[in-house]
Design a protein. Structure first.
Length: 228
C-alpha cells in the first residue's frame, strides 16, 4: 500500500513539475472544463431548435414536437386495452391535437418601407402576442420568414378556431403592433385518433394547414379557415 502511495505521489509530483499546477488544481481545472462543456452543449442544443430572433421554437424544434405527438398517438392505438389503462394512469394519452399555420399579411411592406430593423421588431412583437394568446403546453414556432405555426395538444377544432380568433383580436388590440399595419391569415388543421393515418407526416399536416391559410389570405386576409 505504501508503495502505491509513493508511486502515485511520484506521478503527481512529475505532473506538478510539468504543468506547474498541483493535483488539486488540476482536478479543479478539469471540473471547470466539464462544466463549461456541459453549458456549451446545452447552448448548442438550444440553438438547434430555437429561433434566434423571436425565442420561439424553430422549424426543426416544431417538427420534432409534432413527430413525437404523432408517434405517441400511434403507439397508444396499438396498445391492448389493459395496457392503455395502465399507461393512462401515469399520463393521459394524447388523443387529438390541432395545428395553426399563420402568415402575416402585408409584412413585405414593412421591410420595404420601414426597413428590416422594423421588420425584425414586428416579428418579435408578434411572437410575444402569440405566446400570450395560446394555452399553456402548446408549442409556438417561427416556421420561416413571417410564417408561424402552433401545436395545440388536446385541442379540438372549435377550440383551435377560438385560439386563432384570439390571436387576431390580440393583434388588433396591441397598440405597439398596430403601427406596423400588419394582420394575419390563419389555417387550422385538427387531428384525432380516428383520422390519423400512417401516410400522414408533420410535413403533410402543416402543408394542409398552410393551404387553409392561403384560402384565408385570398378571401380577404385577417381570417381563419379550417381544413375539412
Amino acid at each position: 500500500m505504501d508503495i502505491e502511495k509513493v508511486s502515485r505521489r511520484k506521478i503527481e509530483k512529475e505532473s506538478e513539475e510539468r504543468y506547474g499546477i498541483t493535483a488539486e488544481e488540476k482536478e479543479d481545472y478539469i471540473d471547470e472544463r466539464v462544466a463549461y462543456r456541459n453549458e456549451y452543449d446545452e447552448r448548442l442544443e438550444k440553438q438547434i431548435v430555437v429561433d434566434d430572433l423571436t425565442g420561439l421554437a424553430n422549424r426543426r424544434g416544431f417538427v420534432n414536437e409534432l413527430e413525437n405527438a404523432m408517434k405517441s398517438m400511434r403507439q397508444s392505438l396499438n396498445l391492448r386495452p389493459e395496457e392503455r389503462r395502465s399507461r393512462e394512469q401515469m399520463a393521459p394519452a394524447l388523443e387529438h391535437f390541432s395545428l395553426l399555420f399563420i402568415d402575416l399579411d402585408n409584412f413585405k411592406r414593412v421591410n420595404d418601407i420601414l426597413g428590416h430593423d422594423a421588420g425584425d421588431k414586428a416579428l418579435i412583437r408578434f411572437a410575444e402576442i402569440l405566446k400570450s394568446s395560446v394555452r399553456k403546453g402548446s408549442v409556438e414556432a417561427r416556421f420561416g420568414g413571417d410564417e408561424f405555426v402552433v401545436f395545440l395538444p388536446r385541442t379540438n377544432e372549435a377550440e383551435a378556431v377560438t385560439v386563432a380568433e384570439n390571436i387576431l383580436k390580440n393583434m388588433e388590440n396591441d397598440l405597439e403592433f398596430n403601427k406596423f399595419d400588419v394582420s394575419a391569415s390563419i389555417g387550422v388543421r385538427h387531428i384525432n385518433t380516428s383520422n390519423l393515418t400512417e401516410e400522414m407526416t408533420p410535413k403533410s399536416l402543416t402543408d394542409e394547414a398552410d393551404m387553409q391559410q392561403l384560402i384565408a389570405k385570398q378571401s380577404g386576409k385577417s381570417k381563419v379557415e379550417v381544413h375539412r
